[in-house]
Design a binder for this molecule. Structure first.
Ligand code: 4NP
Length: 159
């Protein structure tokens, strides 16, 4: 990981649906904006349910339909991520609370943990809904939320 880059970690529960999509959409926008040499991103899950797994097939199909590449193997969020990353972006409030409960140095670490939809102009502060137990509509909705939110987040960190 290049030390001079701004480092962003997207986090959900399983790391097979929402956070790999956030990572893929954000990477695409970062590349389009010519910022690959300035920004690094990754994703993780708070649970150990799917460690080592590829992203969910339904999310992969959705990503492909919007020309987004999902190249990731699920991993669990680790306490060491607090020091490795500048921004830790939780997909929902439950993820946010789970991440914060692992922070040993709250003063140092809590400020870098943010909710993804703090950056969504259409639903500020809401959860990115978990699509895992639902139908295709939910996966498309997650894509659109993440496209808006990650674009706005990039403007925030790049300004
Ligand atoms: P994600 O979705 O947190 O967006 O990756 C889920 C994936 C798996 C499960 C729940 C949510 N699960 O219960 O296995």
């Amino acid at each position: 990981m290049d030390d001079h880059k701004i480092k962003v970690l997207f986090v959900c529960l399983g790391n097979i649906c929402r956070s790999p999509m956030a990572e893929g959409v954000f990477k695409k926008i970062v590349t389009e904006e010519g910022l690959d040499d300035k920004i690094y991103c990754d994703s993780a899950g708070t649970s150990d349910f799917h460690i080592g797994a590829d992203p969910d097939e339904r999310m992969c199909r959705t990503a492909t339909s919007y020309s987004v590449n999902l190249l990731h193997k699920a991993r669990q969020f680790a306490k060491s991520d607090f020091d490795r990353f500048d921004y830790i972006i939780a997909m929902d409030n439950s993820n946010l609370n789970n991440i914060l409960s692992l922070a040993e140095n709250k003063e140092k670490h809590a400020d870098k943990v943010l909710l993804m939809r703090e950056f969504d102009p259409q639903g500020r502060g809401e959860d990115v809904p978990d699509p895992y137990f639902g139908g295709q509509k939910g996966f498309d909705e997650v894509y659109h939320i993440l496209e808006r939110s990650t674009r706005n987040f990039l403007n925030h960190i790049n300004s």
